[in-house]
Design a protein around this ligand. Structure first.
Ligand code: PEP
Ligand code: MN
Length: 252
């Protein structure tokens, strides 16, 4: 039986429900977040994703707005009553970010950053642990254990694809990790069809597969104007595409 993770006493992930988490790759501006927040709120989305600290491959690429971005995210959270999920890369940012983030995201590149994981274990807020892009399922479960042994059991795993020889997709979405995690652990597991495929047109089939395999939800990138997004526009859905996906997943 999957344990459920309760966010802020009133929103649950796990135990038979399918949670749709959505939002942009990165917080870019107040206007962008207002447009996205108002759109997702109308659809009844309860958990908003958006990165303030972006782990970019190229140090010259947009790195995120940092704490200023989290303040923008917080304004939108309060206005529409969202729970928010955002990535932390550096333990030194935890203290200031704590007041703004409901679910701490540990990104793929930091899955085995053991000092960061230990700090996550001391928090009393849920942690979304993304699978390392070169991590085995066993290594991923052991990374969760680093958090759990410090006392924090509110862990949600996220399958976001792994590196293989296949390069048609950005990553190879390892869908079998869903039933394996269910067999081996009691953590909820969600799927990231955006990073898992890296292609907008594959986000819907990947999401349908995640639901069919009884994942506990998805986390999907949405942007009002993906062509102009400062990161990951090629894999972000525009609003019409997101509505279509939302209808497929919510209307039986
Ligand atoms: C993200 O979700 O914004 C992200 C950077 O994902 P990942 O860590 O899976 O690459
Ligand atoms: Mn992204």
């Amino acid at each position: 039986m999957t344990r459920k993770v309760i966010i802020d006493d009133n929103i649950e992930i796990g135990e038979g429900s399918f949670t749709i988490i959505a939002g942009p790759c990165a917080i870019e501006s107040k206007e962008q977040m207002e447009t996205i927040g108002s759109f997702l709120n109308k659809l009844g989305i309860k958990i908003l994703r958006a990165g303030a600290f972006k782990p970019r491959t190229n140090p010259n690429s947009f790195q995120g707005l940092g704490i200023e971005g989290l303040k923008i995210l917080n304004d939108i959270k309060e206005k529409y009553d969202f729970k928010v999920i955002s990535e932390i890369m550096d333990p030194r940012d935890i203290e200031e970010a704590y007041q703004y983030i409901d679910i701490f995201q540990i990104g793929s590149r930091n899955m085995q950053n053991f000092s960061l994981l230990k700090e996550m274990g001391k928090l009393n807020k849920p942690v979304l642990l993304k699978r390392g892009m070169s991590a085995t399922i066993k290594e991923w479960i052991m990374a969760a254990e680093y958090i759990r042994v410090e006392g924090n059991e509110d862990i949600i795993l996220c399958e976001r694809g792994i590196r293989t020889f296949e390069n048609y997709t950005r990553n190879t979405l390892d869908l079998m990790s869903i039933p394996i995690i269910k067999l081996e652990t009691d953590y909820p597991i969600i799927v990231d069809p955006s990073h898992g495929t890296g292609r907008r047109e594959l986000v819907t089939p990947a999401s349908k597969a995640a639901k069919a395999l009884e994942a506990d939800g998805i986390i999907v990138e949405v942007h009002p104007d993906p062509e102009k997004a400062l990161s990951d526009g090629f894999q972000s859905l525009n609003f019409d595409e997101f509505i279509e996906l939302f209808n497929i997943l919510t209307i039986e």
